[in-house]
Design a protein around this ligand. Sequence first.
Ligand SMILES: [Zn+2]
Length: 95
Amino acid sequence: MEMTIEILGNTFKIMYVDLSKEDLCGDCDVNKRLIRISTAISAEEQVSTLFHECIHAALGLAGINNLFSEEIEEAVVCCIENAFHKSVKLTPKSL
Ligand SMILES: [Zn+2]
């Protein structure tokens, strides 16, 4: 299943793949405009992970991720995710 989502005017491809071997719920490659979401987690976790990875994408596109360490970026992203993921509706588009 492949979908796309617009982030700061950029189209990211969303791929749903089994990431259990990499021990990941998802990841984001800003240069490739690619977000991967694991099929090994629940549908609810996939939704919050997509939101999480979109926040990483936005910080990466804006260059804000360069202002702090990976550890602090993760803390910032998790905070925004937890604060808003239930009230923000992401609208991926099917390819
Ligand atoms: Zn993260």
